[in-house]
Ligand binder design. Structure first.
Ligand SMILES: Cc1cc2nc3c(=O)[nH]c(=O)nc-3n(C[C@H](O)[C@H](O)[C@H](O)COP(=O)(O)O)c2cc1C
Ligand code: SF4
Length: 377
């Protein structure tokens, strides 16, 4: 009997099954990160889909870490009332919700394209060309960001979320500090792995200082970079980081990637056979034996046999899914009812395309095409 619908304890939380909705930005907030009723409706829909644990789209902890002009924010106390509405709506449906908090580092497009501050760990060739050079963080900035993560987590708890997840992956600020490809600093924040992970450790300590002792603090960690032509964060580095953050009190570790380039990016597109699924299985296998906290694997899970084998073989305790829930937010409920064995999502990445006015809109373009065809038939 598969363990997929067995509960799992994550610190003080008991999640009812092994499915996690991985953090997903939905372009539904205003330019200052205030969420809309649309965000609350989205969370209600997910809560009705029997997903074990829902993680919100990333929220910026400081304006210079804002990646998109319509992403969530958690940089001020006056965000709390709207998030309280969101958590009440999810709890009314007996579901569990965690907020992801982030700083985009040199990938903060909104900050880069605006007139305000735009910052980076170092000036390396990993910094994208947005038409202006970022300012390299000085000691005072670094301390300010660490404090901002702590204050953001305090707001997350005050908003009624069941936990907070640190975004420590995908080339954003924490990933940049960890990676030798992006971090060329000569001070105590760069050089050795101990120095490169110092920022993450200080962020965790700041969060812990600002929330209740048993409030679940989780992370989505870029456990390794996948770079083809230069040295990045290795999986051995990732194993050491995972051990260190468990000691700091992280209660749940979602395994993802750090910096990537084209060959790896291709793995995440058009996942049409079981062999192409779970494209970061190598990282999960490598991290598993180095920590005792529950782990979660993200990236390309599409069919029941693959998902079952990851959980039943103990490679991960949970799996997390993003794009398939954009297309079918009720996938888990239907699976539970024995209706489905495979998601409909074809992993085309179309869901994050901008519209004609250049504004990001997140929805399934394939479903749109199918509906249009039906209507013209
Ligand atoms: C529209 C969209 C928005 C995303 N937003 C976030 C986010 O806010 N935070 C995050 O950690 N990852 C984000 N991701 C990445 C996903 O959480 C996930 O790691 C990745 O899509 C691989 O999982 P999948 O194959 O199930 O889609 C986003 C991906 C998509 C397609
Ligand atoms: S557009 Fe639809 S099919 Fe394509 S990745 Fe997004 S959800 Fe999946």
């Amino acid at each position: 009997m598969s363990k997929l619908f067995e509960p799992l304890e994550i610190g003080r939380l008991k999640i009812p099954n092994r499915f996690v909705r991985s953090a997903t930005y939905y372009a539904l907030s205003d330019e200052n990160g205030y969420i809309s009723d649309g965000s609350i409706e989205l969370m209600k829909t997910l809560a009705e889909g029997d997903i074990g644990l829902i993680i919100t789209g990333y929220a910026f902890v400081l304006k210079h870490g804002q990646v998109f002009p319509d992403m969530n924010g958690i940089d001020r106390d006056d965000h709390i009332p709207a998030y309280q509405k969101m958590t009440r709506a999810v709890h009314d449906r007996n579901s569990i919700i965690v907020m992801q908090i982030a700083h985009g580092g040199s990938l903060s497009t909104t900050a880069a394209k605006g007139k305000g501050d735009y910052v980076a760990v170092s000036l390396t060739d990993t910094v994208p060309d947005y038409g202006r050079e970022p300012r390299v963080l000085v000691e005072e900035d670094i301390q300010g960001i660490i404090e901002a993560f702590g204050q953001a987590a305090r707001r997350v708890e005050a908003s009624g979320f069941d936990g907070v997840q640190i975004h420590g992956a995908h080339g954003y600020l924490i990933s940049e500090f960890l990676s030798p490809a992006a971090n060329h600093r000569k001070d105590k924040w760069g050089g050795s792995l101990e120095n490169r992970m110092r920022f993450l450790i200080e962020v965790i300590r700041s969060i812990k200082k600002n929330v209740s002792a048993d409030f679940p603090v989780m992370i989505k960690l870029g456990c390794r970079d996948y770079l083809s032509e230069r040295d990045g964060l290795t999986i051995e580095d990732g194993q050491q980081v995972a051990r260190a953050i468990e000691k700091e009190g992280i209660s749940f570790l979602e395994i993802s990637h750090g910096l990537i380039d084209k060959p790896f990016r291709r793995k995440a597109v058009k996942i049409t056979s079981p062999d192409a699924e779970a494209y970061m299985l190598d990282a999960a296998k490598a991290i598993r034996s180095h920590v005792s906290i529950p782990i979660c694997l993200v990236g390309g899970m599409r069919s029941l046999p693959v998902i079952e084998s990851i959980i039943d073989k103990g490679i991960a305790d949970t799996i997390s899914i993003c794009r398939p829930f954009i297309r079918e937010p009720d996938f888990v409920r239907r699976l539970k009812n024995g209706e489905k064995k495979q998601v409909d999502c074809i992993s085309c990445w179309g869901c994050i395309n901008p519209d004609k006015e250049g504004k990001n809109r997140v929805y399934c373009r394939q479903l749109e095409k199918i509906t249009a065809k039906k209507e013209t038939a």
